[in-house]
Design a protein around this ligand. Structure first.
Ligand code: SAH
Length: 396
């Protein structure tokens, strides 16, 4: 039986509403000192009146000091719990997609706090983002082997979340052997995903639906894909008939990926790359008198903490203004943000401000989100983070 973790009076309200997190100031540390726990220990969570609320994994040094693994206080956290959750997660993805390329486990959104697993066919890429998940790493691997039988399992344990939890950064193949190139297909287009040295797990599955939407608006068009990474938007646009695509990223490795992905689809003539800072690239393109029919903006999150709010919104504003300046008379902007702290209506406001600044008219004709393999936990706002607006930009 695991140790109890007693909450202060009324601190059980959020859990009762369905949330999975416990903050350190919600613990009755006189009754159950956090010091008594090692990072990753399991605890039986109790309300102030002693009623059991579930089983959680604890990290005494973290602001979010415990995360609920099951609302059943008698639940064993072991391989069978992971097998059960993985099967539930897999059933949803198989219902959603015909091909085995997706986010299989979306942490809290799949009731597995701190655990992310992306599936690239028979390669599984895992991020253990909390001390609790780190402690369960063996059970995670065993359960994955049982449910998915992957040819290789990669730990991409080099995330910012781990740093906050006091965990080290490490990337390793923990089971099987990795093929020379990990290939996926998305919206009918083939990609190589750099799972060992790319961004995050190697691929951003979250934008699948937004890319599919964009693909309908690019035939015969000149497209600028800013913050392209390995060409998720840009190479798909070329595959959907764009006459010319320019992918811009500050990472030379990412742009090598763009070239490889263009080649994989026989599109190297349509796809060009530019290495550099996106803001500088926008200024240089403007100075050269370049124009595009479609511009895609998919920057890294500019607002990671509440205190970055004003500065972040300013950066989104500048980016959207500068991008709009490159659009011809009747253009399309896909403007996205992965900042949870930027509310959807604030992104609309960013676009509105940019339109006014450029004295252009705009119509929001698409409101995109993270794809369904990134389920949102209804009680945890942090699990809803991605926004994408499709905006027709014209002159009246
Ligand atoms: N659009 C991509 C994902 C983008 S991830 C897709 O569909 O898969 C964000 C990318 O922005 C990363 O590849 C990173 O290298 C790049 N990046 C970060 N800061 C940048 C900057 N200031 N200028 C240009 N690229 C930047």
């Amino acid at each position: 039986m695991s140790q109890p973790l007693r909450l202060r009076k009324n601190a059980d309200r959020r859990l009762k509403a369905g949330h999975l997190w416990i903050y350190s100031n919600e613990v009755d540390t006189r009754a159950t000192p956090l010091k008594a726990f090692q990072p990753g220990d399991l605890a039986r969570v109790e309300a102030a009146n002693g009623r059991a609320l579930g089983v959680a994994c604890v990290n005494p040094g973290s602001l979010i000091c415990a995360r609920i693994m099951s609302r059943d206080p008698a639940m064993q956290v072991d391989r069978s719990l992971f097998v059960h959750r993985f099967k539930q997660a897999l059933a949803l993805r198989q219902q959603l997609y015909d091909t085995p390329f997706y986010r299989l486990v979306n942490a809290e959104g799949d009731l597995l706090p701190g655990l992310v697993i992306d599936r690239f066919g028979d390669v599984a890429v895992v991020q253990l983002n909390t001390a609790g998940m780190q402690a369960q790493s063996e059970a995670v691997v065993e359960a994955l082997e049982k449910v998915l039988k992957p040819a290789a399992i990669v730990f991409r344990n080099d995330t910012g979340g781990r740093r906050q939890e006091g965990l080290d950064a490490r990337v390793e193949v923990v089971a099987g052997t990795l093929p020379d190139e990990v290939l996926i297909e998305e919206n009918g287009v083939r990609f190589a995903a750099p799972v060992l040295d790319g961004q995050k797990t190697g691929w951003f599955f979250n934008h699948r639906d937004n890319r599919r939407w964009l693909n309908r608006h690019v035939a015969g068009k000149r497209v600028l894909d800013l913050f392209s990474y390995v060409g998720g938007f840009g190479v798909q646009a070329a595959a959907s008939g764009a006459s010319e695509v320019l992918c811009v990223d500050s990472s030379a490795t990412a742009l090598e990926g763009v070239a490889r992905n263009a080649e994989l689809n026989g599109l190297h003539e349509q796809v060009a790359v530019g290495e550099g800072d996106a803001f500088e690239a926008l200024a240089a393109l403007k100075a050269d008198g370049e124009q595009f029919d479609v511009v895609v903006l998919d920057p890294p999150a500019f607002i990671n903490k509440r205190k970055d709010q004003a500065g972040g919104e300013h950066a989104y504003g500048k980016l959207n203004r500068e991008a709009m300046r490159l659009l011809g008379r009747d253009g399309m902007l896909l403007s996205s943000s992965s900042s949870m702290h930027l509310a959807p209506e604030r992104l609309v406001n960013v676009v509105r401000g940019a339109l006014r600044h450029q004295d252009r008219q705009g119509q929001v004709i698409f409101q995109g989100h993270q794809a369904a393999d990134h389920p949102i936990h209804p009680a945890i706002p942090e699990t809803a983070y991605l926004k994408a607006l499709g905006v027709r930009v014209f002159r009246d």
